[in-house]
Structure formats: structure tokens, C-alpha cells
Design a protein around this ligand. Structure first.
Ligand code: PEP
Ligand code: MG
Length: 318
């Protein structure tokens, strides 16, 4: 029984009618790659690089970052590795960066807004990434930017990346936007022209969509990513991306819940990235159903009036 379960982890998440979802892992540290692969991860869909900055008293140098990214790419061979550019601010504070205090950090200079104001941090990280892509054997690297709200941000980030790539004579790397802000979801058809892919961060998209602090002791339980209005934002992202032939992943916490992963698949998401330990159950759930059934499920979920009704569909299906 246990042996069969281990063997099944490496099978693809292919539905009974032949639709294959890409299943990737969220990792915070390079040494989690082994766990990600052993659980059946087909690559890394979110590497949170904040942790390279958090567990120390000064920022890692370009060479230190280069070594880290090289080792990760080598460990993954040609599998995908999506590195998220530094996402600081809001719930992720790094004391040694000495950033100014803000009255509303979640609505302040965080994610890409910080990167565009601290070009030193951005350029160091991008140089390390492009060098790693240039010097290694693997072709799996992509970079995504957190908290994108506007086309202008993406254009400026891309311009910095392009000039570094030119200077280093490095290969092209797909550049994606995280969809974590309602504006990015609602305007996905516009933003899609400027990105190679989208990855929906449902933790933040839910926080900003429902206006509930994701860490609020009393309210966090109501920050439900299966709220039908959050599902509508996800649907808009998928539709906007499709207009320009871009793919969409989800790397927020719900990607790792079998029922939510089923709804997301039905909504037309192409990749799910999750905590390594969640991978086997999500793969098993998707292998046990058809895309046709999941599209019906997603339509029902979108038609629900409340999050509770969406959750009730889970019990109904069972
Ligand atoms: C998210 O917001 O859903 C996400 C994946 O990013 P983080 O949880 O690191 O903010
Ligand atoms: Mg986020």
C-alpha cells in the first residue's frame, strides 16, 4: 500500500480524459528541492527568495546568490525553476534593510514597488540569476515579480532585466507577474502583453480582494480563497492570459488543497505550485477525475453566492 503510494507520486496529474496539470513545489530554501522532487514535484513553481535575506544579518552578495541559484538549477536539471524576485514589505520584514516605517505596510512600498525603488537590490538579484542561467546547463529558469499592479511596473522591471541580460550576454529568461492585487486580475488582458506568464498568489489576492489582513487573529479565517469573488478574479486572470497565449499558475495556499486544486483546474489554470507535502494528494485527486467534470464544478463554484456554498460543493461531489 505504502509502496504503491510512493510510486504514484511520480505519475503525472493527468485526468481520466487526458488533461495534464503541471504540479510544482513552493520552496523557501534551496535544500528543500530534494523533498519537492521526492513528493512528486515536477519543478519549483515558487522559490521565495526572501528567506535568503531573512535568516542572516546582512543581504547576500551577488556571488552568494549566484552560487545558490546555480546549485538549485543543477539540482533540478532541466525542470522548471521559478524564482520570485525579492518580496519584502507587508508581512515580510527584513530588519537589516532598514526600510522606513509605514502606517499601512500592506498598502505601501512592498514587493515590486520596493524593487523599483531599491534598484541595488533588484540589479544584484537579477545579475546573479542571469549569470546562473548563462553558466549552467539547465534551461529551466523563470523569474517572477511580486505584487504587480500596473503595466508601468512590469515595463520598468523588464527594462532593467533586459539591460542586465545584454551586459552579461545571458540567455532570455521568461519574466512573469504575480497576480496578487485585484487590479492585476481585472486588467490581466492588458498586463498579459507585457509578461511571459502569470502566477496567482491567492494568499495576497484574497487579502486584497476581500480587504482582510491575512494574519488578522479574528478575521483571517474569513479570508477564504474559495470565496466566489476571488474565484471570479482567478477566472478573469485565466481569460485575460488566454487572449495573449500566456499560461497561468497558482502558487497560493489553496493550490495544495485537493478540492480547491480541482476547482482551479476547472477554471483553466495550467500549473499548481504548493508545499511539497501537499503534492501527492493533489495529484491523486486530479488523476481520479475528468476535466469535463472539473469544468462543471468550476462553473458551479462561480455561480455560488457565498464561500460556504462553494465548500458545500466539495461534500456534494464526495
Ligand atoms: C501569495 O500571496 O499567495 C503567495 C504565494 O505569496 P506569499 O504567500 O509569499 O505572499
Ligand atoms: Mg504574496
Amino acid at each position: 500500500q505504502h509502496k504503491r503510494e510512493i510510486a504514484e507520486r511520480s505519475l503525472p496529474a493527468r485526468t481520466t480524459d487526458g488533461h495534464q496539470m503541471e504540479i510544482a513545489a513552493n520552496i523557501n530554501r534551496p535544500d528543500q528541492i530534494e523533498l519537492a522532487l521526492s513528493q512528486g514535484g515536477e519543478g519549483v513553481g515558487l522559490m521565495r527568495t526572501e528567506f535568503l535575506f531573512l535568516e542572516r544579518s546582512s543581504a547576500p552578495t551577488e556571488d552568494e546568490q549566484y552560487e545558490t541559484y546555480r546549485a538549485m538549477l543543477d539540482g533540478l536539471e532541466d525542470r522548471p525553476l521559478i524564482v520570485r524576485a525579492l518580496d519584502i514589505g507587508g508581512d515580510k520584514q527584513v530588519p537589516h534593510l532598514n526600510l522606513p516605517r509605514e502606517a499601512n505596510p500592506f498598502l505601501g512600498v512592498r514587493g515590486s514597488r520596493l524593487l523599483l525603488r531599491r534598484l541595488d537590490l533588484l540589479a544584484t538579484q537579477l545579475r546573479a540569476l542571469y549569470r546562473a542561467a548563462r553558466d549552467g546547463e539547465s534551461s529551466g529558469l523563470s523569474i517572477m515579480f511580486p505584487m504587480i499592479t500596473s503595466v508601468g511596473e512590469m515595463q520598468r522591471l523588464r527594462a532593467v532585466a533586459d539591460s542586465i541580460r545584454d551586459e552579461l550576454d545571458a540567455p532570455q529568461i521568461p519574466l512573469g507577474a504575480m497576480v496578487e492585487v485585484p487590479a492585476a486580475a481585472i486588467g490581466a488582458d492588458i498586463l498579459a502583453r507585457y509578461v511571459d506568464f502569470f502566477s496567482i498568489g491567492t494568499n495576497d489576492l484574497t487579502q486584497y480582494g476581500l480587504a482582510i489582513d491575512r494574519q488578522h487573529p479574528e478575521l483571517a479565517a474569513e479570508a477564504d480563497a474559495l470565496h466566489p469573488c476571488v474565484l471570479r478574479l482567478i477566472r478573469m486572470t485565466v481569460e485575460g492570459a488566454a487572449k495573449h497565449g500566456r499560461w497561468v499558475g497558482v502558487c497560493g495556499g489553496i493550490a495544495g488543497e485537493p478540492f480547491a486544486a480541482s476547482v482551479l483546474t476547472g477554471l483553466g489554470v495550467n500549473e499548481l505550485s504548493m508545499t511539497p507535502r501537499d503534492i501527492p494528494a493533489v495529484k491523486a485527486a486530479l488523476r481520479g477525475t475528468s476535466l469535463t467534470a472539473l469544468k462543471t464544478l468550476a462553473d458551479k463554484a462561480l455561480a455560488c453566492e457565498t464561500a460556504a456554498e462553494v465548500h458545500a460543493l466539495d461534500r456534494e461531489e464526495l
